[in-house]
Design a protein around this ligand. Sequence first.
Ligand SMILES: C[S@@+](CC[C@H](N)C(=O)[O-])C[C@H]1O[C@@H](n2cnc3c(N)ncnc32)[C@H](O)[C@@H]1O
Length: 388
Amino acid sequence: MHAESALLDQVAEAAAASIEDVDTAALPGFMRQLDQAALLAMARTLGRNGLFRPGLRHRCDQVADRLRVAPRHRWILRRWLTVLHDEGLLHRDDATGFLHDLRAVRRSEVADAAATVHEAARGLGYPAEMARFFLAAFDQLPRLLRDEVAVQTLLFPDSDLSTAEGAYQDNVINRYLNAAAIEMLRWECQHTAAPLRVLELGAGVGGTTAAVVPALADEAVHYLFTDVSQFFLDAGRRRFGDRLHYRILDINADALGQPGSADVVLAANVLHNSVHIGHLLNRLRDLLAPGGLLVMIESCREHYQAMTSMQFLMSSRDGGPQPGTSDVRAGTDRVFLTRDEWLGELTAADYAPLLDLPNPVHPLAALGQHIFAARTRTTTDDRSSHER
Ligand SMILES: C[S@@+](CC[C@H](N)C(=O)[O-])C[C@H]1O[C@@H](n2cnc3c(N)ncnc32)[C@H](O)[C@@H]1O
């Protein structure tokens, strides 16, 4: 057994040092500004064409029909209606479920919100492209809902990845989380027989890869960069070259690999795409060697600004199952699990949770993203009782 308390101290120190120039107390306010702007954008989209004129009331499916929301995006509309209600911008009759009295949004509020999006994005360390992306998505919400425009065309204009890189790399919370991930992997290199076999899932634009790989340059590592999309594999190959290995891997459909064939699974902002979290955690546990490490970064709260932008990437295509419909998220249309749900799922899948940052009382926690690390057991004797 490793001296893991030393590891945890080392990780927490490195993560804190990566953002020592940041006024963390200001971060929750910036996050709230983004949330408010997104709520207004939702309300403005739903209020078009007098849909919620005083006296009118609708059920959720009627709103979807009137706005001609594409079937695959209807879960997003349902989430909007829920959060607008929870935030007091829309009324719902508890007895009938009818929705009415949507908060009207003035044109001047929309202009003010645009300014706050720029300020908030800057405060959170996002590049200007990111604020432009959020605002472009606000403008396109009716067409995004109808599936007449793909959010990819806004996020990757002319196949340019810089906006997406800003989402996962060049910002305060990702700097912090990536610094923690680097320390975890460095430690594993020093305490595991060489080479360390790392499987990265959903590596995408490589925000986490780009942080971790250079930090391990002097270590013996076999690093497998995977994603469901060939587009990202090609971009990864151009960016990281022959030092890494590459493979298409769909966490819902493909075999993950031979049992015990990975020492570390690294998954940044991807595991929520699994159709059933518990089943996936079980499969990853079996893939990992005994005592192996699962390191994952996940959003543990719903960002309203993501609900008006990134979440359009998460609607399943071609009638495939929508992530979460049969697991702990069933019946909620939520994509993300809460921190407590993740810890519960890890324990239920027989991992030993090791690390979970930031601390829930730290101002960074308001940003919602967490890093979790958990180990598989070193013996397999007691696993079967935990299978679902
Ligand atoms: C939110 S992005 C995360 C990007 C990346 N991890 C980073 O840090 O830059 C999610 C990534 O997961 C990938 N993805 C989505 N569904 C997946 C699936 N079923 N299996 C594997 N990867 C998937 C997407 O293609 C995308 O690259």
